[in-house]
Design a protein around this ligand. Structure first.
Ligand SMILES: Cc1ncc(COP(=O)(O)O)c(C=O)c1O
Length: 387
């Protein structure tokens, strides 16, 4: 079977290293807030290129904690996209704020030119989602944010190692939020997340919020000093030692694995360029990290079901835009649409259109060329029969 993503080949390759690292954690007597987390925090923030970085429980929490640390809550509006994973919006609503949706461009990320029309007195932040492994146009977004005195919280859940003008995502706004969910470019074998920033004050606040509002004064060993006293209201969101140990191993191979993703993408680009599929484009300012390789076709569902017969299993990121989902419809209805002014979502034209046509081809570093070429051949055959 060919899957759109598979962790087993990687696990087989590094199994001994993973199991040794887990054994080391078990023997250390420190399962939470220990040396593995500190080592990983230091290494991952360096990888991203920020002064500060903290591990948290998952990417949804990362976004939530960032918003809380920036003072975002009830009555505030946060601008983002509807063509994203649900958690981007879950976190905004969890923080008490209102999501405001802006359409995406041909690169599937927020259309920076449309943001201005959605800014109101209540706008407190923009969450640009660096979707599918490609960065948003951060110069334009930063300019708008600066002019309007609003924060930028990058959603980097799908963009580890992706670059905009030579800088890594997660270092381009006030705060960067990562997920290490298993499928991600850097993923663990469970849940984990991370937040990056260059602002010490925001960092200190996020450190408290992730641990029940407690001050975590470091001793010289780097451990928490044990004062069990909440100085503010927080939440409980921890990246534990086992996942930190696994992530340390995988971080060593991250550059190499992104290169492999780019190589796989090149093969798709070359082999599928003369077909009816619309292939992904890369903004010239970007280095694409190819979390997923997303194509478009009007007969998407037919192609996917034909491929299943050949034991090739694809998926769709994402089949439904957030603004049509039951819990979030009400936010979309409130939007003042610059184009139609009645808000039947025509201001989200691309989002609506793409959701009906997009699908993802197999993409993970251990995908073999043989499986990739078989997938390509099968797709081409199906496309010929559709014509
Ligand atoms: C764009 C985006 N934002 C946020 C998240 C949330 O991450 P997590 O699943 O670790 O909570 C994800 C992952 O699913 C994501 O893809």
């Amino acid at each position: 079977m060919i899957k759109v993503w598979d962790y087993i080949p990687e696990y087989k390759k590094h199994r001994k290293e993973f199991l040794n690292a887990i054994d080391e954690v078990f023997k250390s007597s420190t399962l939470i807030f220990g040396p593995k987390l500190i080592e990983f925090e230091n290494k991952f923030k360096k990888f991203v290129g920020t002064k500060y970085g903290l591990g948290v429980g998952n990417g949804t929490d990362a976004l939530y904690i960032a918003m809380k640390a920036l003072g975002i809550g009830v009555g505030d509006e946060v601008i983002t996209t509807s063509n994203t994973a649900v958690p981007t919006v879950t976190a905004i609503v969890n923080a008490g704020a209102t999501p405001v949706f802006v359409d995406v461009d041909k690169y599937y990320v927020i259309n920076a030119k449309l943001i201005k029309s959605k800014i109101t007195k209540k706008t407190k932040a923009i969450i640009p989602v660096h979707l599918y492994g490609q960065a948003c146009d951060m110069d334009e977004i930063n300019q708008i944010a600066k002019k309007n005195n609003i924060h930028i919280i990058e959603d980097c859940a799908q963009s580890h190692g992706a670059e905009y003008k030579g800088k890594k995502t997660g270092s381009l706004g006030d705060v960067g939020c990562f997920s290490f969910y298993p499928t991600k470019i850097l993923g663990t074998y469970g849940d984990a997340g991370f937040i990056t920033t260059n602002n010490e004050k925001i960092y200190d606040k996020m450190m408290r919020i992730r641990f029940l509002g407690m001050e975590r004064k470091k001793m010289s060993s780097g451990h928490w000093n044990g004062q069990y006293y909440a100085v503010e209201h927080g939440t409980n969101s921890r990246l534990d030692e086992i996942h930190a140990a696994i992530l340390l191993i995988k971080l060593k191979n991250l550059h190499k694995s992104i290169k492999k993703r780019q190589k796989i993408a090149k093969v798709y680009d070359k082999e599928l360029k003369n077909t009816d599929l619309i292939l992904p484009e890369t903004n010239k300012k970007n280095k694409h990290a190819y979390y997923v390789y997303v194509v478009q076709h009007r007969d998407r569902d037919k192609i996917i079901s034909e491929l299943i017969k050949k034991n090739i299993h694809l998926n769709i990121s994402y089949p439904w835009p957030i603004h049509i989902m039951e819990p979030y419809k009400k936010f979309a209805k409130k939007m003042s649409c610059f184009k139609c002014n009645k808000c039947n979502y025509t201001c989200l034209d691309n989002t609506n259109l793409f959701s009906k046509k997009i699908f993802s081809l197999p993409m993970y570093p251990e995908l073999t060329l043989k499986d990739q070429l078989y997938t390509i051949k099968s797709i081409k055959k199906i496309l010929l029969n559709l014509n």
